[in-house]
Design a protein around this ligand. Structure first.
Ligand code: MLT
Length: 406
């Protein structure tokens, strides 16, 4: 008789964003007249920029010719894209990352989950609380999280690093020394960022203890503050302790295109093995690469025109973030994040529970949000709003929520 992976049976409920989508659907069915504005899942709304569209069109045309046809590509990504990333995202910031340290993939979400394949089940994993649920759920599926404690909303083998108002939503090195540390800056969901000095503390800590930092930098394009590094490899010592995840999803509107990349430096070794070699082996075995057309589209953002066009979209979302932050603050609500990040972390008034506030805002303002409690116990008492919506709809949503408090 087949045995299932029983770790899956320990997972509570459904994946956060599926549950939020389900609740919105149920509400919409019961209130067909409601014009719901979604500031819930962080999905982009601006169309692909012209440079990307032109590059993808050209690639499709190429694929329709005998000479230009591409079958299976390199599992690690085409050289033209890896080279463009090495130059555009790293050398341009004075950081030396070689193309053979870059692995192009179909998403940072997949990579953040799949990276667990190269680590043993016995490792102690530290996550921020609140946290992007993919880190927790994928470790739970792999058997690294132990048992779920319903009453605490926590897994008993994970180390939780509270990110709360008192510490500026910034994780502190835990007492129990972990082997794997997930950090995300700009942070999903709180919108907080780690400065270079703060990140240096983590790099030194990881090197001192032989830990590995899994650094999710999917929202890097939103950084405006000068002291916030755009890549962990701006920090001295990171090449011996960090893996970085980056994505074209939020940077270039690729949520529907699927393209991201992961950097595994050559110097990163644990247990006598090069993690770059292990990740390469994993990818070659389980992954057949991102479509040629998509990679051509991604490479187009590294041209001067492409760069200017995607930054105009980022500015559009940044303006949404400002509208949300300032509009809701003026209505007397307490907002965090939204400066170097597309997420606004809003404290619920009068200590109302996250899911209750989610229901109230959905019902009274017809605005969909994401309950903070869904990101971990320390997210209770908050909701997350995203700046990825249409500008007019975002202004209307802010007005409607603000009206709840007038
Ligand atoms: C989010 O809303 O947190 C993100 O869009 C989810 C994701 O990137 O997978």
């Amino acid at each position: 008789m087949v045995k299932v992976n029983e770790n899956f049976l320990k997972l509570p409920g459904s994946y956060l964003f599926s549950e939020v989508a389900r609740r919105i659907r149920v509400y919409q069915e019961a209130h067909p007249e409601a014009e719901i504005i979604k500031l819930s899942i962080g999905d982009v709304t601006r169309p692909l920029v012209p440079e990307v569209v032109a590059a993808m069109h050209a690639a499709v045309d190429e694929m329709g010719t005998a000479e230009g046809f591409h079958g299976y590509g390199p599992e690690q990504g085409y050289e033209f894209l890896r080279e463009a990333i090495a130059q555009g995202d790293y050398a341009a910031r004075g950081v030396d990352i070689q193309p053979n340290e870059i692995f192009v993939s179909d998403g940072a979400k997949s990579d953040c989950g799949n990276i667990g394949d190269i680590f043993g089940v016995d490792n102690v994993v530290a996550v921020c609380d609140p946290v992007y649920p993919v880190y927790v759920d994928t470790n739970a599926m792999a058997g690294r999280a132990g048992e779920y404690q319903e009453e605490l909303g926590k897994w008993n083998r994970l180390v939780y690093m509270p990110c709360v108002e008192e510490n500026g939503f910034s994780p502190q090195p835990p007492e129990e020394i972990p082997d794997i540390i997930y950090l995300c800056s700009p942070n999903n969901p709180t919108g907080a960022v780690l400065t270079k000095d703060q990140l240096k503390v983590w790099v030194d800590y990881a090197n001192a203890h032989g830990a590995v930092i899994l650094y999710d930098s999917a929202y890097e394009a939103f950084i405006t503050s000068g002291d916030v590094p755009h890549t962990i490899f701006e920090v001295e010592g990171a090449r011996t302790c960090a893996i970085e995840f980056r994505s074209f999803s939020k940077t270039a509107g690729f949520t529907g295109n699927r393209c991201a990349y992961t950097v595994v430096p050559m110097e990163l070794e644990r247990g006598g093995a090069k993690l770059n070699t292990m990740w390469n082996r994993r990818q070659c075995t389980k992954f057949n690469g991102v479509p040629y057309v998509v990679q051509r589209g991604a490479a187009a953002i590294y041209t001067p025109e492409g760069r200017a066009q995607i930054m105009a979209n980022i500015d559009y979302y940044r303006e949404n973030a400002r509208v949300i932050r300032e509009g809701l603050t003026a209505a007397g609500l307490e907002c965090f994040g939204g400066v170097d990040a597309p997420y606004i972390w809003l404290k619920t008034p009068d200590g109302v529970g996250s899911w209750d506030f989610f229901d109230q805002v959905l019902d009274r303002a017809n605005v969909a949000t994401t309950p903070g409690a869904g990101f971990g116990p320390s997210g209770e008492g908050y909701i997350r709003l995203t700046a990825f919506g249409d500008a007019q709809a975002t202004r209307t949503a802010v007005e409607r929520v603000a009206n709840m408090f007038r």
